[in-house]
Design a protein around this ligand. Structure first.
Ligand code: PNS
Length: 182
């Protein structure tokens, strides 16, 4: 199984460039802890630009996990239209460039809420290009979700605030269950 790989093949092979006539395939990576309507917006925009989209749940060492990767995966699958054809996969402890190489994805797509996101994303995009030539496409997200992040949503839910409309209903339910029990 390609999913749930441990640290493996080093990032030595260059990313394969786009080939005319071949379907275009991108990866939407993130920690998705949990998925928000901002993520869903960007994933759906990516699906209009690329023939195939694979959402990959990866580990961000700077972030503490609230949901297990398997729960995150289920929450994303339920957030996407049933017939979208968008795949969702978990990769623990793996470099994004290695994930993209094994999935034969030509590009990474990341949403930007504003300049702060760009400042955070640019070094990662440049590092990924340094490693294998993997390119990153930045998509501005819907302004309605500019203030939406998984971490803020969790904080608001923890202290009893209302985030309906900012995450899918089933995610809200999972958040309340996980963070406000007792
Ligand atoms: O949603 P996030 O937390 O902003 O996503 C960051 C993520 C998970 C895409 C990034 O931390 C990542 O790519 N992790 C996998 C390990 C890796 O490749 N690290 C080097 C990035 S240059």
């Amino acid at each position: 199984d390609m999913a749930r790989r441990g640290p493996g093949t080093p990032a030595t092979t260059r990313s394969r460039p786009r080939v005319d006539g071949m379907p275009t395939r991108c990866v939407c990576p993130g920690s998705f802890d949990p998925v928000t309507n901002g993520h869903v917006d960007v994933i759906r925009r990516a699906a209009r630009l690329f023939d195939e989209v694979i959402v990959t749940i990866l580990h961000n060492p700077a972030k503490a996990g609230t949901f297990t990767p398997e729960d995150q995966e289920d929450l994303i699958i339920e957030a996407l239209p049933a017939d979208s054809g968008i795949r969702v996969e978990v990769f623990a402890q793996t470099l994004l460039v290695d994930v993209c190489r094994s999935l034969e994805a030509t590009a990474v797509v990341k949403g930007l809420r504003g300049g702060t996101d760009f400042a955070y994303e640019l070094p990662m995009a440049l590092m990924n290009r340094h490693l294998t030539g993997l390119e990153t496409v930045f998509l501005p997200g819907a302004p309605a979700y500019e203030h939406v992040s998984s971490s803020l949503v969790k904080e608001v839910v923890t202290y009893g605030g209302d985030v309906s409309g900012l995450v899918p209903d089933h995610v809200l339910e999972a958040l309340v269950h996980r963070l406000r029990r007792g």
